[in-house]
Design a protein around this ligand. Structure first.
Ligand SMILES: Cc1cc2nc3c(=O)[nH]c(=O)nc-3n(C[C@H](O)[C@H](O)[C@H](O)COP(=O)(O)O)c2cc1C
Length: 224
């Protein structure tokens, strides 16, 4: 267990701490007995996207531990640029309604975001702006309020795109999403992945696991 995991251990419920002292692993489904399901997407549709690769590695770890993840690609959703005129004339686009329904049926949002000039990219901003718009008769923020998000980023640069996550965190919190305190920026992303998609550097692999461990533990506490 890395430093991130140890920090988190101090606020674990008694039953989880007991189980750990009996040799259980913090990342196992028996211990976190999660009831949550997670919707996962990357904020890049680029072929070979490093954020998609990081998301894939994260999904593999979460699934291996018995938790439920629905993976989507924003490539598969034709989301127009938000326009008040479009909304007034045609309502919410079909793609947005589908994504809102998906978000409503999941407790968690796992997002891997590129960094564009210190911010998260317009693909994510546009999606979240649309998600924030209520359909007729729908409660405000019905597809976002109370979700629990975990943020990852990947970049060839030395900071791993982590500067994008501050602004993304702020946006999500404005919309009443709870964002996991731990996050991860993967630096040197262009050379970080082995052929099987795993992270080559054990320290980066541990960082990812610790971030996800804290996330599923938070989800399990909230959804329990
Ligand atoms: C418009 C633009 C701005 C960028 N700004 C940053 C930046 O501020 N920091 C950074 O680390 N990388 C930056 N990059 C490089 C991206 O991290 C890199 O293109 C990365 O591969 C994008 O993520 P993806 O591989 O998931 O598509 C920028 C790229 C673009 C296209």
């Amino acid at each position: 267990m890395g430093a991130g995991g140890r920090r988190f251990e101090s606020c674990l419920p008694d039953k989880v701490r007991r189980s750990l002292s009996e040799g259980g692993h913090l990342f196992s489904a028996e211990i976190t007995h999660i009831m949550a399901n997670i919707l996962a997407f990357a904020g890049s549709t680029r072929t070979g996207s490093y954020n998609q690769l990081l998301l894939n590695a994260a999904i593999k770890l979460i699934k291996a531990s018995g938790h439920s993840v629905t993976e989507i690609s924003l490539r598969d959703y034709d989301i127009p640029l938000y326009s008040g005129d479009l909304e007034a004339s045609s309502g919410l686009p079909e793609s947005v309604i589908k994504l809102k329904d998906l978000s409503k049926s999941h407790s968690g949002l796992l997002i891997a975001s590129p960094e564009y000039n210190g911010f998260f990219p317009p693909l994510i901003k546009n999606l979240i702006d649309w998600l924030s718009r209520p359909a007729a008769g729908e409660a405000p923020l019905a597809s976002l309020k109370g979700k629990v998000a975990c943020l990852l980023s990947a970049s060839p640069g030395t900071l791993g795109g982590v500067r994008s996550l501050g602004s993304l965190r702020l946006l999500l919190e404005n919309l009443l999403v709870l964002v996991n305190p731990e996050q991860m920026g993967l630096s040197g992303a262009h050379e970080a992945f082995a052929a099987d998609g795993a992270l080559k550097n054990p320290k980066q692999a541990e960082m990812l696991q610790n971030t996800l461990t804290s996330y599923v533990t938070l989800l399990s506490k909230i959804c329990d």
